[in-house]
Design a protein around this ligand. Structure first.
Ligand SMILES: [Mn+2]
Length: 196
């Protein structure tokens, strides 16, 4: 079964279209109306080897909140649908990604249990054109809809661009590991409970 999906969600606040291939090559085409968020999601796709197309139109004239949060929601739903029955997947993954002085850890378990522990504080309100406090909201929307447990730590870092980018690179690599299949358990769910 191909782990590919087209997903669209339209509300009065945002209109978001996502094409995702979990078993891709890292081809990204992201246009959210917020160029720095595009940059972060490009990095996520590139390092996770996901083919990812996102077209988002949000009510940016109000602020960026709806758009960033809803992209997290839609991306979480897209992964959940594309993963299908989850048989054979590693389920959990983590990565520690350095970017010069910045070092981020992302640990994920696609466990059916939504929990986000995002501990990075940004000193600046804006990174490029992105409201930095919305990165936390993006991950909350993502894990609630993927139904996954997620921890993000930034162990060191000075530059805000480096901190944010190292988070999304670690996020991509950790998701790649968690979504990857292990040939030995292709017909099994990776759970002692028998349910995810
Ligand atoms: Mn960069």
């Amino acid at each position: 079964m191909k782990r590919k999906i087209f997903f669209q969600r339209k509300t009065k606040e945002t209109d978001i279209k996502i094409e995702l291939n979990i078993d891709g090559k890292g081809k990204a085409n992201v246009a959210t109306g917020i160029p720095f968020l595009d940059h972060l999601l490009d990095n996520f796709a590139k390092h996770g080897l996901f083919d990812l197309k996102i077209k988002a139109k949000g009510d940016l004239e109000i602020d960026q909140h709806h758009t960033v949060e809803d992209i997290g929601i839609c991306l979480g739903q897209a992964f959940k649908k594309a993963l299908g029955d989850k048989k054979g997947i590693n389920r959990a993954g983590y990565f520690v990604f350095p970017l010069d002085e910045a070092l981020a850890v992302a640990a994920i378990d696609i466990s059916g249990r939504a929990y986000s522990n995002f501990n990075c504080k940004f000193k600046k309100e804006k990174i490029g054109d992105l409201d930095s406090d919305l990165i936390k909201e993006f991950f909350l929307g993502f894990v609630r809809n993927l139904e996954a447990t997620f921890h993000i730590r930034v162990l060191s870092g000075e530059n805000e661009h480096h901190k944010a980018e190292s988070i999304f690179k670690a996020f991509g690599k950790a998701m790649k590991i968690a979504c990857s299949k292990d040939k030995r358990i292709l017909k099994e769910l990776p759970s002692t409970k028998g349910l995810i």
